[in-house]
Ligand binder design. Structure first.
Ligand code: NAD
Length: 260
């Protein structure tokens, strides 16, 4: 259903972004991967995409904390692949600490990568989408874009901001054939979550197993981690023609968390 489209997925060398990139590629879209990682492993990943899905695949190493690199990624995608029809802003980082202990540099980095990068990418991609009269923007927010948890001030602020940016963009683009939506995952099993288990254990002074049961999944009524495949399938749907009237939404994929 996405044959002929070009999708840029930020932060797609790992976790949810990689799951979304795989799903978009299997729907026929050309892919621009982005994110950090070992050069050999990234080259292998590109080979795997080409073999499995027979789509064009590039990797752009733009650091999402640098607006100039974000803009360059969009412009170079357009120059190489002819368009930038689907933009998935997914790159994100987390830091867990009480506000009074929160390093200001971490606050700035989280706001830059989790929120401002989506603005800079949209700013560069929207004129290209308008020119073709079609576009899909998917911002990977979080349940923390809708509700808060303690010790995640910067992340919660950035993700609430990303939901707000999504709504404003949807209204601006409503008549242009371009939709803009946020997806709001609860806990998905990825390296980012794996790393948080130890941070949370320190912040709460409890063991890893207890963090998983009583902290991470305490608000997730299904008591299971969501999967990156689920995030990929939802993104493919949002990019399909069937989702043309879905815009400006913040869709929870959180096992019932925000139903509380
Ligand atoms: P992850 O750590 O597995 O992957 C993050 C990706 O972003 C990696 O590819 C990494 O290289 C890239 N990245 C990090 N900093 C970057 C930068 N400055 N420039 C470019 N790329 C950068 O994380 P994940 O769990 O897959 O999370 C992906 C997104 O989903 C994040 O925005 C996160 O906030 C959101 N999210 C995750 C969960 C979860 O439970 N895992 C839940 C809700 C929302």
């Amino acid at each position: 259903p996405l044959a002929g489209r070009v999708a840029i997925v930020t932060g797609s060398t790992s976790g949810i972004g990689l799951g979304i990139a795989r799903a978009l590629a299997s729907a026929g879209s050309a892919i621009v991967l982005n994110g950090f990682g070992d050069a050999g492993a990234i080259a292998q990943l590109q080979d795997e995409f080409r073999r499995r899905h027979a789509v064009a695949v590039h990797h752009h190493s733009a650091d999402m904390s640098d607006p100039r690199q974000v803009t360059a990624m969009i412009e170079e995608t357009h120059a190489r692949l002819g368009s930038a029809d689907i933009l998935v802003s997914n790159a994100g980082i987390q830091h867990v600490a009480a506000i009074e202990d929160f390093p200001p540099g971490k606050w700035d980095a989280i706001l830059a990568i989790n929120l401002s990068a989506a603005f800079h990418a949209m700013r560069a991609a929207i004129p290209l989408m308008r020119a073709r009269g079609w576009g899909r923007i998917v911002n990977v927010a979080s349940a923390h874009g809708l509700v808060a948890s303690p010790f995640k001030s910067a992340y919660v602020a950035a993700k609430h901001g990303l939901v707000g940016l999504t709504k404003a963009a949807a209204l601006e683009l409503a008549e242009a054939g371009i939709t803009c939506n946020a997806i709001c995952p609860g806990y998905v099993w990825t390296p980012l979550v794996e790393k948080q288990i130890d941070d949370q254990a320190r912040a709460h002074g409890i063991a890893r197993e207890q963090v998983i049961r009583d902290v991470l999944l305490v608000n997730q009524p299904t008591k299971r981690f969501a999967t990156v495949e689920e995030m990929g399938a939802l993104t493919v749907f949002l990019c399909s023609e069937a989702a043309a009237s879905i815009t400006g939404t913040a869709l929870p994929v959180d096992g019932g968390w925000t139903a509380h």
